[in-house]
Ligand binder design. Structure first.
Ligand code: PMP
Ligand code: GLN
Length: 387
């Protein structure tokens, strides 16, 4: 049979997350691959979802999302970042950040346009750019003094006459970088100078460590008017299975992105919208406890990975650690990730798959630390046997 999949999707097989989680199940390994927490959300959030179902929030909600969630998102952006959005025209709800990003790219980028992405990039970016018939232009993040960053000249050099948009993920998965104000100023200057749309992925907005601070790109001079900001509840409230996200942007962008989104899924599960509205308004303290506990887990995992012989890049945000595998004598992260269950009973993500320049990323793999302490401890004990 001839390959039924359209040409532009042929480079995309099963996602690495699905492949590696299946491998973990098949081999009974500890799964530090796909990023999902192994402990539950706040009780109040669970109760809110159950109550929403019981009280009848079970039919189609409005296309742009429940007013109470749009209001909660607007209030959160205002309170946390001083960004003001009209809940009626500048906020709408999506099936996770993933659908927000997909809708934004499909709505704002013409076939043949170029989209800048920082590599390693989250896997769905490449796929939706391809679906849009657009071309991705990677700008590589490289470790400088233990932290992944970009070279401003490389960013500027990546812009061409067809560049339309830039995708900016901070806190960054998988590099763990939280862009500084100076880095964001560089990005903003490029956007202003070349009239680019910025699409931001802020799903780890609450998960920053030490003195790293999440600064939305939209707060920089001249950026609110050209930025489509995207976030979701999954990471902040430990509900990755709820797939409830949101977009904030000036009304014309919201109308454009909403035009696409309405034909992808029309709307988003009503009960989860209610529960997420509750979470945004009431669970800030719970999220702060999560953040603190993740910072301790980060340190626990980094210490263990270093003891096992990896070079570990201590992340400023997210719940992932990138490691360099070469000190242990390995050179190919994909090979190592596939062999790791047998070698050590642990699953990780080879971040090479998030690079266009595969040789730049070949020697990195990513471990997740959103897991119980005893799971992290057992994993690093097993990894210590790799030497
Ligand atoms: N962006 C990044 C960087 C992520 O790590 C994830 C994680 N799952 C997503 C987007 C998707 O978020 P959601 O589950 O809300 O679609
Ligand atoms: N965002 C999660 C990660 O990076 C997984 C998301 C997914 O499975 N698609 O691990």
């Amino acid at each position: 049979m001839t390959e039924p999949l359209v040409d532009r999707m042929r480079e995309f097989g099963e996602t690495i997350f699905a492949e590696m989680s299946a491998l973990a199940v098949r081999t009974g390994s500890i799964n530090l691959g796909q990023g999902f927490p192994d402990s539950g959300p706040a009780q109040g959030v669970l109760d809110a979802a159950i109550e929403a179902i019981r009280s009848g929030a079970n039919q189609y909600p409005p296309g742009p999302g429940l007013p109470e969630l749009r209001e909660a998102v607007a209030a959160q952006r205002l309170e946390r970042y001083g960004l003001s959005y009209d809940p009626a025209t500048e906020v709408f709800v999506t099936v996770g950040a993933t659908e927000g990003i997909a809708s934004a790219v499909l709505a704002l980028v013409e076939p043949g346009d170029e989209v800048l992405v920082f590599e390693p990039y989250y896997d769905s970016y490449a796929a939706v750019i391809a679906l849009a018939g657009a071309v991705r232009r990677p700008v590589t993040l490289r470790p400088v003094e233990g932290r992944f960053t970009f070279d401003p000249d490389e960013l500027r050099a990546a812009v061409g006459p067809r560049t339309r948009a830039i995708l900016v993920n901070s806190p960054h998965n998988p590099a763990g970088t939280v862009f500084t104000r100076a880095e964001l100023e560089t990005i903003a200057a490029v956007c202003r100078e070349h009239d680019l749309v910025a699409i931001t992925d802020e799903v780890y907005e609450y998960l920053t460590f030490d003195d790293a601070e999440h600064i939305p790109l939209a707060t920089l001079d001249g950026m609110r008017e050209r930025t489509v900001s995207i976030s979701s509840a999954g990471k902040s409230f430990s509900v990755t299975g709820w797939k409830t996200g949101w977009v904030t942007a000036p009304a014309p962008y919201v109308r454009a992105v909403q035009t696409v989104k309405q034909f992808l899924t029309f709307t988003v599960s009503a009960p989860y919208q209610r529960a997420v509205a509750y979470a945004l308004a009431n669970e800030a303290q719970w999220v702060e406890e999560l953040r603190k506990s993740l910072q301790a887990k980060r340190d626990r995992l980094v210490t263990g990975l270093e003891a096992a012989g990896f070079v570990a890049y201590r992340p400023q945000g997210t719940y992932f650690v990138q490691v360099d595998i070469r000190p242990l004598g390995f050179t190919d992260g994909i090979e190592l990730a596939r062999a790791l269950p047998e070698k050590a009973g642990v699953v990780a993500i080879p971040t090479q798959v998030f690079y266009d320049n595969a040789e730049t990323g070949a020697h990195f793999v990513r471990f997740a630390f959103c897991k119980k302490d005893e799971v992290i401890d057992e994993a690093v004990e097993r990894l210590a046997r790799l030497r």
